[in-house]
Every structure is written in C-alpha cells, then in structure tokens.
Ligand binder design. Sequence first.
Ligand code: HPA
Length: 236
Amino acid sequence: MSTHINAPEGAIAKSILLPGDPLRAKFIAENFLEDAKCFNEVRGMYGFTGSYKGTPVSVMGTGMGQPSLSIYVTELFKDYGVENAIRIGTCGAVSKDIELRDTIIVSSACSDSYLLNQRFGGLHFAPTSDFKLVRTADSIAEKMGIRYCVGSVASSDFFYDINDNWKKWADYGVKGIEMESAELLTLAAQYHRKAMAIMTVSDHILKGGTTTAEERQTTFTNMMKLALETVVEISK
Ligand code: HPA
C-alpha cells in the first residue's frame, strides 16, 4: 500500500500502461487483458493487472496534468518497483503533416511546467523516452501499417493556453501538445526506470478538428495495441 494506491505488494506488474483517464484504464482491462483484477479504486483512479498474450501487464489512470501523474508514478516506481511505464494519451497536433487520430511515438517532451525548474533550477533537462522502448514501438507500428510518426511533444500546464506557447514549439518541430509526458520521462530518469509515451491525436490545434469524448475513451485502439505489443516484445 502507498499513500494513493491501495494495492498489496506484488499486485502491480513490472510493466504498466498509463492513460490519463481511469475509465480508459478500465476499458483496456476489460477489452484487452486476460484475468484482469482491479488493484486500485482510491479517488476513482482505477488500476488493473492482468495479462496480454501471456505477459503480465498493469494499466492505471494518472489523472490530468503533471502534478497528478507525478504522485501516481512516483509511488509506482518507489513503492511498487515498476520497471517499464508507457503513457498512452491524447494530444493536440501542431504540425501540418499530422492528421486527427494519427499516432505519435514520443521521443522527447518539452515543458513549460515549473516542476522541471524546481528540480533543475537554471539548468535545463531533456526528458527523453527510453530508446529501446521507442525502437521497439517504431518497428511494431511499422508492421501494424498505421499512420504514425516518432517525434517530440510538449507537456504544458495549460489546456486552455493563454500565451499561445504552442506556436513557438511548433516552429521548433514539436508534433503535439499534451499535459503529462515530460514529468513521466523525468521521473523515469530519477528512478532509473524505462518510460515512453505514445499519443493519439485527438484535436488539431493548427488545422482545427476534434474527436468526441466517447471516441477518446474507446476508439484509440491502435495506440493501446501498440503499447501492449511493445510490452510483450520487451518482456521476451
Ligand atoms: N492541449 C493539451 N492537452 C491536450 C490537448 C491539447 O490541445 N488535446 C489533448 N490533450
């Protein structure tokens, strides 16, 4: 048991998928995992452990924003010994080459969050996905034949961006804006674990267009399969 996760020792697998939305965690457990058992309901932040193609895997919500993710992921790394953490979430695209529902395998994450400043002061740190996870996901995505790219995102503290920060990031080749990945990748560096993020484009900030809440919760199956197949591959 940890402060925010009500699971006994050993109830969480070495590899975990981390959607922001706890209902997406439930959806994955019900639709993709065998013998899934719920290990957490505290604050409605559902977590489940089951198996996918014989490989043990957990899935748990993180909530929205870096401070919320930071609480859960710190406890998963520190108290439950999680080794591989893959965020699966949605982002708003800021690149003209990207379409709604495309998949982005996140190689690195910029941020405007003060969380990084509190860790590093005037120094800068580059939150980066684990190369082996990215390489594995890249080759699986290619085999799946889905529309995807590998690139950077920016994790903003603003959903409703009052400063148009996204424009500057877009000028520097960032593919999408979301709100959690930079802290996940930074925590993985702190605890010497492996992490990566995979995004589905739910909105297009540059070109306009959005997906419904229902679509966000249930139809982003490419990303879910890609993350699960990556876990199977790296567990061999
Ligand atoms: N901004 C931040 N986070 C997001 C967005 C966005 O436009 N879309 C999905 N997550």
